[in-house]
Design a protein around this ligand. Structure first.
Ligand SMILES: [Zn+2]
Length: 202
């Protein structure tokens, strides 16, 4: 960008342009919006960013986002702890919850297996999932990784591990019908609810 901007403005534009989907032009527009806004509003934005980074961590049980040791879902006595839905990212929990058809708990892997990107089983919370099912209290694990190449590879890997270590646990995969190659977080709740209801043993 033009070096005619004062260094603090350049810094703001350069930070904003690191956000997903924000190109340099949009970053400049946002920077000028922030410059026009009141000091209170700008501070509120900066503090909200600092606060999530300071207060939000991962649930010690399921690795969903939480501001306590355990997330709200893990703490909810109405949820069925014998049913675990495995998803790639915390953002995938939201569409599952929107279906209102899932009453179990979650396990967030923190990504998907990807040899190209150098992400292997040790980089994901797979050992933690196996530890959760080890005590025999889990009846079913629903593999709800994305219907993408990496998501399918991850589901296959986990299904195999579970078959070997916990053969008494039913392992299911969301039914087809989800748009192939897309992320769970973009699925509408009706499609996702149907995929959940029609899940199949793998
Ligand atoms: Zn949790």
């Amino acid at each position: 960008m033009s070096s005619s901007y004062a260094p603090p403005v350049q810094r703001l534009v350069s930070e904003l342009s690191k956000l997903p989907g924000i190109g340099n032009r949009t970053a400049q527009r946002l920077a000028f919006y922030i410059l026009r806004t009141s000091a209170e509003d700008a501070t509120a934005l900066a503090e909200a960013i600092a606060e999530v980074k300071a207060k939000i961590g991962l649930c010690e049980v399921c690795f969903n986002l939480t501001d306590e040791a355990r997330c709200r879902i893990c703490q909810d006595p109405r949820r069925d702890p014998g049913l675990i839905c495995v998803v790639e990212e915390p953002s995938d929990v939201i569409p599952m919850e929107r279906t209102h058809e899932y009453h179990g708990v979650y396990h967030v892997l923190g990504g998907a297996l990807s040899p190209i990107e150098g992400i292997d089983a040790e980089d994901l919370k797979i050992a933690e999932l196996l530890a959760r099912v080890a005590d025999g209290s889990v009846r079913e694990v629903v593999l709800a990784t994305n219907p993408t190449t990496t998501g399918e590879a991850t589901a296959l890997h986990i299904a195999e591990e579970l078959r070997g270590r916990a053969p008494e646990v039913t392992v299911t995969r969301l039914a087809s019908g989800l748009p192939v190659g897309s992320d769970l977080e973009y699925a509408d709740e009706v499609t996702l609810g149907k995929a959940l209801a029609g899940r199949r043993t793998v």
